[in-house]
Write a protein of this length. Structure first.
Length: 306
């Protein structure tokens, strides 16, 4: 059995750790409320932008755009992935879930370029052998729409120049404090098959889904007309679409990070309290054993004198 001094020292250490985790939980709770509000405010625009652009493209034929044309060239495709994680740890499986999702998605590491937004994802994916582009790690301290524009400009520039052939967005969807779901979304270029695959992106209610299906089934769908020409129109729309998706992912990821950290710190505090109770019992037993031993020695000494 450990000595009373060792048990007391360990209990004090765990108590100190518990105070830190409790404080981190409170900080994450405050940050979560702000991040959750931003995510809820931006989500309708985020989803409507995706629905609008995919609707335009679904009703268009023979689109000519450098952003949307699939790259037909010899050799493997070069994939660019915007990976949104956190700059700090202690958030449970928040960062590792994103890394596992990308690593298990079947991408060829040699032909994949990571655009990291968050140090934890950057460090983990670099260890796994993925090449890195310029990082945007400071963005996660306080995501702004201007940051999304900067990221989008870099990625679309690489897409148009031929440095990459397709773009994916990896982030974490905030559902509630207990649930955050990693998502990998192909955003450029995409076909009708990609649109169908990503059709569950929005969290529409069953009533809204039923109404949309009814509207789609009534009457023929008109082919989209562009004014001015489609190349000029899409050159304006597509970057805005991409920037909106990136910003929506940033605010969702920020809320998810704080939710995951709050939950992780709550679990850590609960575990620390359980350990403190267990060590308290061990300390009391050791103390009782020490008192019993002292009494035994006193009685034995008194008997010897007599």
């Amino acid at each position: 059995m450990a000595s009373m001094r060792d048990i007391k020292r360990r209990r004090e250490s765990i108590t100190s750790t518990s105070q830190i985790t409790k404080a981190m939980k409170l900080v994450s709770t405050v940050k979560l409320q702000k991040a959750k509000g931003r995510a809820e405010e931006s989500k309708p625009y985020f989803e409507k932008m995706y629905d609008t652009v995919t609707g335009i493209l679904a009703n268009s034929e023979n689109i000519q755009s450098s952003y949307l044309e699939a790259r037909k060239k010899e050799g493997p495709k070069k994939t660019g992935i915007i990976v949104i994680t956190s700059n700090r740890g202690l958030a449970g499986g928040y960062n590792s879930n994103i890394v596992k999702m990308i690593n298990n998605a079947g991408f060829d590491k040699e032909n994949t370029l990571i655009y990291p937004v968050g140090r934890k994802g950057q460090e983990s994916l670099r260890r796994l052998g993925y090449p890195m582009s310029d990082d945007f790690n400071e963005v996660m301290n306080k995501p702004l729409f201007g940051d999304a524009v900067s990221i989008g400009k870099t990625v679309t520039g690489d897409l148009v120049s031929g440095k990459i052939d397709e773009v994916y967005l990896a982030y974490t969807v905030f559902k509630n404090t207990m649930t955050q779901t990693p998502r990998l979304l192909k955003i450029l270029p995409f076909t009708k098959e990609d649109m169908e695959e990503n059709s569950d992106m929005g969290d529409l209610s069953k009533e809204e889904e039923g109404r949309e299906k009814k509207e789609e089934s009534t009457g023929a769908q008109a082919i989209m007309n562009y004014e001015p020409e489609e190349e000029e129109t899409l050159a304006y729309i597509i970057p805005m679409y991409m920037n909106s998706l990136i910003f929506g992912a940033l605010v969702e990821a920020s809320a998810s990070e704080n939710g995951a950290r709050m939950q992780a710190m709550d679990n850590a505090t609960s575990n620390a309290e359980e350990m403190i109770d267990t060590l308290g019992l061990q300390y009391n037993r050791a103390r009782q054993a020490a008192i019993t031993q002292e009494l035994t020695e006193i009685v034995a000494g008194a008997s010897a004198i007599e």
